[in-house]
Design a protein around this ligand. Structure first.
Ligand code: UD1
Length: 429
């Protein structure tokens, strides 16, 4: 199994270009199921999760062409021949559930294996089901899969008990082809929802209010093919912002959208980093003054993103003072705390609250394990400032969601290599 081998690196300096958003492209790929005409998606990040979604679409009869030189996907679902996705592919990725809404809307049925829980929480799909039922779908959970059918979806008022990103996206996609008007209240407001709505609108959907807590969708009889560039990844942006701060570096993050990372900018500035919105991108400097503790509470957008909580935990372990982190979105998202502790971080967890007692020189290299995608990235950044050598295993989690992480970090001066298990000895301390 591959690992990352990381040696303590000096401050990261230079420029990095942010890739297209993983969480935007996955529902957009699913949305191509809403039309029999071909679609082109640009600025697509080359990630394992994207490859899995390509395979899921192909398995159902779609023709998918990937051009990784130009980061473009061409998807033609005119040959859709089933509304059942293979369980072995679906189980690889929770985002597979995004095909449910489009499949019911286009074919009147969907049979999808339950993606199941994962290390950060149970991640049920009750809100997806509730919303789709309100549009008239019959949904049964049986033998580890969800089976949905509807002769014709009808627009409805859908109130989400929690502003779930995935449920908002699934219901919005299904509602584009429903009869009449659907209103989603307490909808998620993430930029990825706006990007999906923009894609759907280019396909001919009538959607208003995406990016607010109330989305109104007027169903249309059919959608057509289109071409759309995916927004830059705000979580990758935040990751490199933290990378600049934790290494006390100076990094220009190109292709970042500052409006998508406001809470990250605010929290880094509270820590003493300097963040400037420059012509070429966001410049983050951690080298101008000593960094200090701050408190974090994760929330749905526009609050502080849960996907950057682990990365901030790593950063806060390296600043003077005591910080409190409260996780409110997922019920089990502190799996990285014991791994960071192996690197010398002083963290105590009590329920949904973690207390981090930081120390600039506190981390030392060790062998650690990625427990999920963002937890893995946090360990990589911690490894950059830990003394000596750090090995991060189970990096398949990280490679699901970061394009070229190693080469991007190396270009900024990081000492990191990807190695197969039997190659680790080649890397000297
Ligand atoms: C998406 C993101 C993920 C991010 C998360 C929260 C994608 C592919 N993934 O995940 O990176 O961490 O948003 O910003 O876009 N919930 C229910 N019932 C449901 C649906 C969700 O109880 O039917 C709960 C979840 O268990 C979780 C919370 O709602 O505790 C938030 O989940 P949700 O917003 O749906 O996240 P995802 O769409 O799965």
């Amino acid at each position: 199994m591959a690992k990352f081998i990381i040696k303590q690196s000096g401050p990261l300096t230079g420029e990095v270009e942010i890739s297209g958003s993983k969480n935007a492209v996955l529902p957009i790929m699913a949305a191509t199921l809403l039309t029999a005409e071909p679609c082109e998606i640009d600025d697509v990040p080359h990630l394992k999760d994207v490859e899995v979604m390509c395979e899921i679409l192909r398995s159902m009869g779609a023709v998918v062409r990937e051009d990784w030189d130009t980061h473009t996907l061409f998807i033609d679902t005119s040959g859709l021949c089933t509304s059942e996705a293979p369980a072995e592919l679906v189980k690889l990725m929770r985002a597979s559930i995004f095909i449910m809404g489009p499949l019911i809307a286009r074919t009147g049925s969907a049979k999808i294996a339950l993606p199941g829980g994962c290390s950060i929480g149970n991640r049920p799909i009750d809100l997806h089901n509730k919303g789709l039922r309100q549009l008239g779908a019959e949904i049964h959970m049986e033998l580890g899969r969800v089976k949905a059918s509807a002769e014709k979806l009808e627009g409805a008022l859908v109130y989400l008990d929690f502003p779930s990103v995935g449920a908002t996206e699934n219901i919005m996609m299904a509602a584009t082809l429903a009869d009449g008007i659907t209103t989603i209240e307490n909808a998620a407001e993430e930029p990825e929802i706006v990007d999906l709505a923009n894609f759907l609108k280019k396909m001919g959907a009538r959607i208003k209010g995406a990016g607010t807590d109330t989305i109104r969708i007027e169903g249309v009889p059919e959608l057509h093919g289109t071409k759309h560039p995916v927004i830059p990844d705000r979580i990758e942006t935040g990751t490199f912002m933290v990378a600049a701060a934790i290494t006390r570096g100076d990094v220009l993050i190109k292709n970042a959208i500052p409006g998508h990372v406001r809470p990250v900018m605010a929290k880094l500035m509270e820590c003493g980093a300097v963040v400037n919105d420059e012509v070429d991108g966001l410049r983050v400097r951690g080298d101008l003054k000593p960094l200090v503790a701050t408190d974090i509470k994760t929330l749905p957008y526009p609050g502080f993103p849960t996907d950057l909580q682990a990365l901030f935990m790593a950063l806060l372990a390296t600043v003077e003072g005591t910080s409190t982190i409260i996780e409110t979105v997922f019920e089990n998202r502190f799996m990285h705390a014991p791994e960071l502790a192996k690197l010398g971080a002083n963290i105590s967890v009590n329920g949904l609250t973690a207390t981090v007692s930081g120390n600039e020189y506190g981390l030392r290299g060790a062998s650690v394990t990625s427990t999920d995608l963002r937890a893995g990235a946090a360990l990589v950044l911690a490894g950059l400032v830990a003394s000596g050598r750090t090995e991060v295993s189970d990096i398949y989690h990280i490679e699901r969601g970061y394009e070229d992480l190693v080469s991007k970090l190396r270009a900024l001066g990081a000492d990191i290599e990807r190695a197969e298990d039997d190659e680790t000895g080649a890397f000297e301390d």
